[in-house]
Design a binder for this molecule. Structure first.
Ligand code: NAD
Ligand code: LMR
Length: 332
């Protein structure tokens, strides 16, 4: 009986054995995200890196009896932390304080993300890279430019994590409609800041909301991050809901790598949808497969109001993306 349990607990196939690295694992997001990744049975090697604190987080979560080894690394260990990674998640960087926009984080986080991208290019160039650090609309293009400069850019393996907007949309629409959020699926497209966040309510279960309710709901989804920043009152931004969002998205990327079918999540990716208008990255539903992005889905039918919201989002995105590209060109 005992040996039967042991066999079941440690059974794992090569197809579901993955190394996942978290860069920024000692932080407000990094810690709970590391916990949730330790609970994912596809993760067999969990690599936790931060400027400080990662060995402690690693020792802590390593006691959880799931079938993965956990190692924590300090700065000199970054190459080893990254080596052989299938997925690298980046929540490194400073969070907002009340009164700040995500773009106000650019000056600090751009160089952090650039330097981590250089290390990824050198030590795990084949990994899927999941960028959480804000401003996502600019940090994702920063990673792309670094990888291009090193000749290892694979557009199918770079993701801006916008899943928190999707979680919020489900939750907030359920509060308006008096329903169970588990049954509410809302596609959110565009980017990850203010007006670039566009929930497609016309494709949800509640397409007939009155204009006032609809507009208030859209505003809440677009500025949901501010609610948390305000409530934390200087102590940072969303960490726990973000950890759940990051773990869910990383789990979907792993499901895709493992060859599972119909794995679809919105994500901010190198997208063909509006390239002819100068928008090189855009979030829409993406099918995830063994090589990362398999299909970037078009937006589908939009209401006239959503067409306007998407246009506004594109105008801002073009500037946010260019800012990231220019940063790497001027600060290689
Ligand atoms: P935090 O300050 O609690 O943690 C950040 C961690 O990054 C710290 O432990 C710090 O030591 C580490 N770090 C800084 N520079 C580093 C480097 N060069 N290498 C490795 N680690 C480094 O912040 P947080 O609350 O965890 O937020 C992190 C980032 O995530 C912020 O930029 C925040 O705006 C962003 N965020 C994004 C979303 C999203 O939806 N994409 C949601 C919430 C927060
Ligand atoms: C969020 O949406 O919660 C994050 O982007 C953090 C923030 O600054 O709001």
């Amino acid at each position: 009986m005992i040996s039967k349990i042991a066999t079941r607990t440690f059974a794992s196939s090569a197809a579901s054995a993955y190394k996942v690295s978290v860069l920024g694992a000692g932080g407000g997001i990094g810690q709970p995200l590391s916990l949730l990744l330790k609970l994912n049975h596809k993760v067999t090697d969990l690599s936790l890196y931060d400027l400080k604190g990662a060995p402690g987080v690693a020792a802590d979560v390593s006691h959880i009896p799931t079938n993965s080894t956990v190692k924590g690394y300090e700065p000199e260990g970054l190459p080893e932390a990254l080596k052989g990674s299938d997925v690298v998640v980046i929540p490194a960087g400073v969070p907002r304080k009340p009164g700040m926009t995500r773009d106000d984080l650019f000056n600090t986080n751009a160089s952090i993300v650039r330097d981590l991208a250089k290390a990824i290019a050198d030590h795990s160039p084949k990994a899927a890279i999941l960028v959480i650090s804000n401003p996502v609309n600019s940090t994702v293009p920063i990673v792309a430019e670094v990888l291009k400069s090193k000749g290892v850019y694979d557009p199918a393996k770079l993701f801006g994590v916008t899943t928190l907007d999707v979680l919020r949309a489900s939750r907030f629409i359920s509060e308006v409609a008096g329903t169970n959020p588990v049954n509410e699926k809302v596609t959110v497209v565009g980017g990850h800041s203010g007006v670039t966040i566009v929930p497609l309510l016309s494709q949800s279960n509640h397409k007939d909301l009155d204009t006032e309710t609809r507009d208030a709901l859209i505003h809440r989804i677009q500025f949901g991050g501010d609610e948390v920043v305000k409530a934390k009152n200087g102590a940072g931004s969303a960490t726990l809901s973000m950890a759940q969002a990051g773990a869910r998205f990383a789990g979907s990327v792993l499901d895709g790598l493992a060859g599972e079918t119909d794995v679809v999540e919105p994500s901010f990716v190198d997208s063909p949808l509006f390239k002819d208008e100068g928008v090189d990255f855009f979030s829409s539903k993406v099918t995830l497969g063994p090589s990362g992005v398999k299909t970037v889905h078009p937006l589908g039918n939009l209401s006239g109001h959503e067409e306007e919201l998407v246009k506004t989002a594109k105008d801002t995105l073009i500037k946010n993306i260019q800012k990231g590209v220019d940063f790497v060109k001027q600060n290689p």
